[in-house]
Write a protein that binds this ligand. Structure first.
Ligand code: CA2
Length: 148
């Protein structure tokens, strides 16, 4: 059975409550519900994790290896800093789709570098909630291509 793990990094639990001009007005719960609906239509399983802790995300990726077919991750601020999350993705051997709500290349210079992008199959950014929905489509296709 195809199973996708969606990981939301730090502070994404604040979505819809602050800075809607940058991140949109959807809450994380609404984004997850939209993805769940697509997963049901596609008859695949999906699980969600939001964590503000780098080590917790690293552990979840490590444990995903034998349970999930594909990872979909918005590493949030860890995108730009976390060698640990990058190494965990690489070590898992799982295909990974990186998503961002905002266009990280149109923002401050420190956001222009993603340490995750080189170990992801691809990155989608700048489309708000659609980044997640498009990313999920890509993740489902990757899972199908693996026969998982
Ligand atoms: O655009 C994205 O999805 C980001 O991954 C979001 C991160 C940011 O550090 C990345 O550079 C780009 C920030 C997530 C924090 O989200 C908040 C939502 C509402 C209010 C405050 C923060």
């Amino acid at each position: 059975m195809t199973k996708i793990l969606v990981i939301h990094g730090p502070n994404l639990d604040l979505l819809g409550k602050r800075q809607p001009e940058i991140y949109g007005s959807f809450t994380l719960d609404e984004i997850n519900k939209r993805m769940k609906k697509i997963a049901q239509e596609e008859k695949i399983e999906i699980e969600f994790l939001q964590s503000n802790h780098e080590g917790e995300i690293v552990d979840a990726i490590g444990e995903a290896k034998n349970k999930f077919s594909v990872l979909l991750i918005n590493p949030a601020a860890y995108t730009h800093t976390s060698v640990a999350i990058r190494d965990a993705i690489s070590a898992s051997g799982l295909p990974c789709v990186e998503v961002h709500l905002s266009n990280i290349y149109a923002r401050e210079e420190f956001r222009h570098t993603s340490l995750i992008a080189p170990v992801a199959r691809g990155q989608i950014c700048g489309f708000g909630i659609d980044s997640y929905l498009l990313g999920l489509r890509a993740a489902i296709n990757l899972a199908k291509a693996r026969g998982a």
